[in-house]
Design a protein around this ligand. Structure first.
Ligand code: SF4
Ligand code: SF4
Length: 95
């Protein structure tokens, strides 16, 4: 089992989630983050740290984002790990 980052993460201005992950399993794509399913220990620490509510346990993933389980698994191994909060990602959509 794993947690999954879904569509609300696109162009997030926050990366608070990565600072609480005990196993450093967040990976940074161009427009959003991904969780490596082989590394996530389902501790749920990141869930309340995500303002747009983009992180779900894979069993609770809303139906419209079902594809994100495979997307996280595919993308995480191909992106750099991210362990520290940094400046906003992408264009500013939250004011
Ligand atoms: S806080 Fe949530 S929306 Fe923002 S980068 Fe982390 S997972 Fe994505
Ligand atoms: S559930 Fe825990 S281990 Fe999995 S990504 Fe979130 S903080 Fe990391």
């Amino acid at each position: 089992m794993t947690h999954v980052v879904a569509e609300p993460c696109f162009n997030c201005k926050y990366t608070d989630c990565v600072t609480v992950c005990p196993v450093e399993c967040f990976y940074e794509g161009e427009a959003m983050l991904f969780i490596h399913p082989d590394e996530c220990i389902d501790c749920e620490a990141c869930v309340p740290e995500c303002p747009p509510l983009a992180i779900f346990h894979q069993d609770n993933l809303p139906e419209q984002w079902a594809d994100y389980t495979a997307l996280n698994a595919e993308m995480a191994p191909n992106c750099p790990v991210i362990t520290e909060r940094h400046d906003p990602m992408g264009p500013p959509i939250h004011k």
